[in-house]
Design a protein around this ligand. Structure first.
Ligand code: ATP
Ligand code: MG
Length: 425
C-alpha cells in the first residue's frame, strides 16, 4: 500500500521543487482517494517553498490565493494547486482562514487539516506520510477529526457539515467523539457563509449516499444548514424523499428538486435555494420542477404537447425523470393492491416517455417559435401590429398543438381567415 503511481505531471512538479531544494508532497483528498481506489478529482500539492519561490520554478502559473499560499501550476492545460505549508488561524465567514502563517513543517500543515483521512501526504521518496492514522481510519471506514474534535470544529464550523458529506461520499461512519462534538457545537454552523454550506450540501446530495441528508437533521445541523425545512423531519416524508433521491441520477438540479419535492409550493423551495445563494438558473429550474411535479403525466400525445408547451422541452424531460423516481419510491413502499396500482402507473409513465420521444423526433410544433406562421406573416395579412397578433398566434398554436399536421403556412392562413370571419360576423 506504500507505493502510489502519481500522474506524470504531479510527479514532475514535485521533482522540480525537490531539485530546487524544497520538500513537496501530493496531499489531502487525492491521497485518500487513491488509497480507496477512487479517481481523485484533482491533485493538490503541499510544499515548504513560498508562493513566490513556486512561481519562479514554473513557466505558467496563476495566482490563485497568494496570501493563503496557493499558486496554480498549469501543465498540459490542467491546473495543479501548489500550497505552501501553513498553519491556519481562525476561519472567518469566507472560504479561507482569517490569517495564515507559513511554516517549514509538514507535520504542522497536516495538523491543520480536518479529518485523519484527509491529512495524509505522499511522495515517491518518503512514501505515505500518515501521522494521524488516516490509513487505519480508511480501513475502519470512519471520519475522525485530526486532534480534538471540539477544538477543530471551533476553528471552522463548516467542518461539521463536511464530516457528513464525506461520510455520504465514502459510505463511512462518523466516529463517536467527532459526532458528539457536532451535536454539541451544531448551532455554531450559523456563523458560516451560505455559499460554503451550499457547496457541502450539494456534494452530499450528489453523493452515492444522498440518504445521509437525514443525518444533517439527526445531529442538529439542519436549523442552521437548511432553515425552514422542518417538514422533512416527518418520517413518511423523509422515507419517500430519500428513496426518491436514490432513484435520481447524480445531477444537481434533479437531486435538489427531489430533496425539496416535499414542498407543495414552489415559492418555499425557492426560498431555501435563494437562502443558500444558488445561481438563478438552479433556482428557476428547481422551483419549476417543484411546481410541476404534482401534475399527472398522462400517456396522450395531445396532453404531452400541451405540457411541453407549458414547461418547455428541457424542464419537461427533467420532470419525467423526477416523476419516475417519485413513482418508483412510492411503489417500493406500497403493498398489495396499492402496489398493483403503482405498477399500472409505471406502465403509463413509460408510455408517456415513449410518446414524448416520438413527439420530439417527429418535430411536432410545441412553441410559438416552431409555429409555421409568425407575427410578420399575420401583419402581411393586414392585421395591425399590437395585442391582437399575440392572441391570434396563440389560437393558431392551440390548433397545432391539437393537430400537428396543421402546422403549414397555407393551412394556418386559411384557419386564420376563418377565425377572422367568425370574429367579424
Ligand atoms: P473533494 O473530493 O471534494 O475535492 P477534498 O478532500 O479534496 O475532497 P477539498 O475541499 O478539495 O476536499 O479540500 C482539500 C483538502 O484541504 C482536504 O482534503 C483537507 O485536507 C483540506 N481542507 C479543506 N477544507 C478544509 C477545512 N475547512 N478545514 C480543514 N482542512 C480542510
Ligand atoms: Mg479537492
Amino acid at each position: 500500500m506504500n507505493q502510489i503511481r502519481l500522474p506524470k505531471d504531479v510527479s514532475f512538479i514535485i521533482k522540480e521543487l525537490n531539485k530546487a531544494g524544497y520538500e513537496a508532497y501530493a496531499v489531502g483528498g487525492c491521497v485518500r482517494d487513491i488509497l480507496l481506489d477512487r479517481e481523485p478529482k484533482d491533485w493538490d500539492i503541499t510544499t515548504c517553498a513560498s508562493p513566490l519561490e513556486v512561481k519562479k520554478l514554473f513557466r505558467r502559473t496563476i495566482d490563485t490565493g497568494l496570501q493563503h499560499g496557493t499558486v496554480t501550476v498549469m501543465l498540459h492545460r490542467v491546473g495543479y494547486e501548489v500550497t505552501t505549508y501553513r498553519i491556519d488561524g481562525e476561519y472567518q465567514d469566507g472560504r479561507h482562514p482569517k490569517e495564515v502563517v507559513f511554516t517549514k513543517s509538514l507535520t504542522e500543515d497536516l495538523k491543520r487539516r480536518d479529518f485523519t483521512i484527509n491529512a495524509m501526504a505522499y511522495n515517491e521518496e518518503s512514501g505515505i506520510v500518515d501521522q494521524f492514522n488516516g490509513i487505519q481510519d480508511l480501513e475502519k471506514k470512519v471520519i475522525r477529526c485530526v486532534g480534538d474534535a471540539r477544538e477543530r470544529f471551533g476553528e471552522d464550523a463548516l467542518r461539521m457539515l463536511r464530516a457528513v458529506r464525506f461520510a455520504a461520499q465514502l459510505g463511512f461512519m462518523i466516529e463517536e467523539k467527532t459526532e458528539e462534538a457536532i451535536v454539541y457545537l451544531a448551532n455554531t454552523l450559523e456563523k458560516v457563509s451560505r455559499e460554503r454550506i451550499q457547496v457541502e450540501l450539494s456534494k452530499l446530495l450528489l453523493s452515492k449516499h444522498p440518504e445521509w441528508i437525514k443525518k444533517v437533521y439527526q445531529i442538529g445541523l439542519s436549523p442552521y444548514a437548511l432553515p425552514n425545512t422542518e417538514e422533512f423531519c416527518k418520517k413518511e416524508v423523509q422515507n419517500k424523499v430519500v428513496r426518491m433521491l436514490n432513484y435520481l441520477p447524480a445531477d444537481s438540479i434533479l437531486r435538489w428538486a427531489g430533496f425539496l419535492s416535499f414542498y407543495t409550493k414552489a415559492s418555499e423551495g425557492e426560498r431555501v435555494l435563494k437562502g443558500l445563494k444558488f445561481d438563478n438558473h438552479t433556482v428557476e429550474y428547481v422551483s419549476k420542477l417543484i411546481q410541476y411535479l404534482p401534475q399527472q403525466a398522462e400517456p396522450e400525445e395531445k396532453k404531452i404537447r400541451y405540457a411541453l408547451y407549458e414547461m418547455g422541452k428541457e424542464i419537461y424531460s427533467l420532470y419525467l425523470i423526477l416523476k419516475k423516481a417519485e413513482l418508483l419510491a412510492e411503489k417500493e413502499e406500497a403493498e398489495g393492491e396499492k402496489k398493483r396500482e403503482f405498477c399500472l402507473k409505471e406502465k403509463q409513465l413509460e408510455e408517456t416517455e415513449y410518446l414524448y420521444h416520438k413527439i420530439i423526433e417527429r418535430g411536432d410544433c410545441i412553441s410559438l417559435k416552431m409555429l409555421a406562421v409568425s407575427g410578420k406573416d399575420l401583419m402581411a395579412e393586414g392585421i395591425p401590429a399590437g395585442k391582437e397578433i399575440g392572441g391570434l398566434l396563440n389560437q393558431l398554436l392551440c390548433r397545432v398543438l391539437d393537430e400537428p399536421t396543421e402546422n403549414e403556412k397555407e393551412k394556418l392562413l386559411i384557419v386564420l381567415a376563418e377565425m377572422r370571419k367568425r370574429y367579424f360576423n
